[in-house]
Design a protein around this ligand. Sequence first.
Ligand SMILES: NC(=O)C1=CN([C@@H]2O[C@H](COP(=O)(O)OP(=O)(O)OC[C@H]3O[C@@H](n4cnc5c(N)ncnc54)[C@H](OP(=O)(O)O)[C@@H]3O)[C@@H](O)[C@H]2O)C=CC1
Ligand SMILES: O=C(O)[C@@H]1CCC=N1
Length: 257
Amino acid sequence: MGEAILSSLVGAVGADRVRISDGRAEYGAAVAQRHGVRWCATNAEAVDGVGAVVIAVKPKDVGGLVGGLAGVLADEALVVSVAAGIPTAFLESRLGAANPVVRVMPNTPATIGQGVSALSAGSHATAEHLERTEALLAGTGTVLRVDEAYQDVVTGISGSGPAYVFYLIDALAEAGVVGGLSREVALDLARATVAGSGAMALASGEHPAILRERVSSPAGTTVAGVRELDERGVRAAVIAAVDAARARSVELGRDLT
Ligand SMILES: NC(=O)C1=CN([C@@H]2O[C@H](COP(=O)(O)OP(=O)(O)OC[C@H]3O[C@@H](n4cnc5c(N)ncnc54)[C@H](OP(=O)(O)O)[C@@H]3O)[C@@H](O)[C@H]2O)C=CC1
Ligand SMILES: O=C(O)[C@@H]1CCC=N1
């Protein structure tokens, strides 16, 4: 996730103004080289004198990392975290200073500039800090603002959502193989169907139920297929999946050390 955001940062402020550090030195140095940014062997070196820092480590690693920034990071530096479940209040308490903190939930299509991110302000972050964060993330795709209370459900929908969509592509392709198609053709059909439908849903702005109705001829093939989805509880399963991811995000924010 960090690399997708790095790419956007470079687009926003230029490679010469971006530095990175990472636990895996060889990997991090290779990423730095790929994007033409400065590689730093320590987090302290990476944040020394910067105006903003993006934290993109696993939720369990955030506490230790942020604790290590206290006293090194300038008090006015903007802190942007993409860690799932981690409340801005936790970051603020670990920083021990009045740094503006912005919590962001991006998703992996950011890698190709087609992600969606939702951001929320911590208690010291102003509208100007949100605008700065939006500018830094502009290259990742769409950026929305939400109240922090909704970040866990956002994580369940759009943060984890690409996995559900990839799961659907895989299942559609498998169905094609069941029907006798080669895996290659089945996958081509499944990928293109999901990509085209997503693009159409975005471009048309129509409610998805209307778009679904337009595919569904009376007594045709689609109503027969959709009835199976309804009978097998797919809609309820999707809602339950998002709710399970939301609940896990809440847990990640509770089990903090
Ligand atoms: N993947 C996704 O789809 C999404 C992820 N996120 C969030 O993004 C964050 C990163 O996720 P993801 O990219 O998948 O994770 P990765 O494990 O791929 O990347 C995290 C990197 O952080 C490094 N790291 C860990 N601790 C430190 C430290 N103290 N100092 C410097 N570097 C450190 C890790 O190195 P090492 O292996 O040595 O520990 C690793 O290279 C998570 O908080 C996740 O919740 C948000 C939205 C979507
Ligand atoms: O699975 C996870 O915890 C991360 C957060 C959102 C997407 N991936």
